[in-house]
Design a protein around this ligand. Structure first.
Ligand SMILES: [Zn+2]
Length: 214
């Protein structure tokens, strides 16, 4: 199995697709958000730096994210799916350097394309656990909590994140589309870009993903 990068605006279900790859094909799921959260939970000097940056409402630098990614990639055995990184060409080039050093390569970049109005419908079903940050979605069966409005792991009530509203999402979506356009062109020229159009059901999208990777 070859290594994969998922690129998609939020609410397209790329974390669901990643999860399905983990379950069916033993992929390692690398999400930069999760790497940061995992690091913060340790009591290291780097963890404290990251916490300060996030608490101040700033974005964690590319250098820190790449460093965490490199540490994680070194530990891996088996294929990986990268979710949420790279976001721009500068990050893509940093990633290439790391992969080269570790003698790894990306087989497929998969872009999940979703129209803005469809994405908004889904964003309205998003629920987040205030304790472990796990994201659920009442609009699809794979991401539904086992019990209505309750986190499967923490057994506490789920919340709607304040930035999961239509206006905030529209803004994020437009920024994302503008930021990633050059990135998609970059991977297209390398001949590894695949585009999946608007997958409503996770199973249907997964069939398309399997066609690409198998
Ligand atoms: Zn939880």
């Amino acid at each position: 199995m070859e290594n994969i990068i998922f690129i998609a605006p939020s609410a397209t279900g790329k974390s669901t697709q990643s999860k399905m790859l983990v379950e069916k094909y033993n992929y390692n799921h690398l999400s930069t958000g999760n790497l940061l959260r995992k690091e913060i939970s340790k009591n290291t000097p780097l963890a404290n730096d990251i916490k300060k940056i996030i608490d101040a409402g700033n974005l964690v630098s590319d250098e820190i994210v790449t460093e965490l990614l490199e540490i994680e990639l070194k530990k891996l055995s088996g294929p990986f799916v990268l979710d949420g990184y790279p976001r721009n060409i500068s990050q893509a080039k940093k990633l290439e350097l790391i992969l080269k050093k570790l003698n790894l390569k990306i087989g497929h970049v998969i872009y999940i394309d979703i129209k803005l109005d469809e994405a908004i419908k889904r964003i309205k079903g998003r629920l987040t656990c205030p304790q472990c940050n796990k994201v659920y979605n009442t609009h699809n069966n794979v991401m539904k909590p086992k019990h209505d409005n309750i986190c499967d792991q923490c057994l506490i009530k789920l919340i709607v994140r304040p930035d999961d509203n239509e206006e905030a999402y529209k803004k994020r979506y437009n920024i994302f589309i503008n930021e990633t356009k050059p990135l998609l062109e970059y991977y297209k020229q390398k001949g590894i870009l695949n585009v999946i159009e608007d997958p409503f059901y996770p199973e249907e999208a997964f069939n398309k993903v399997e066609k690409i990777i198998l």
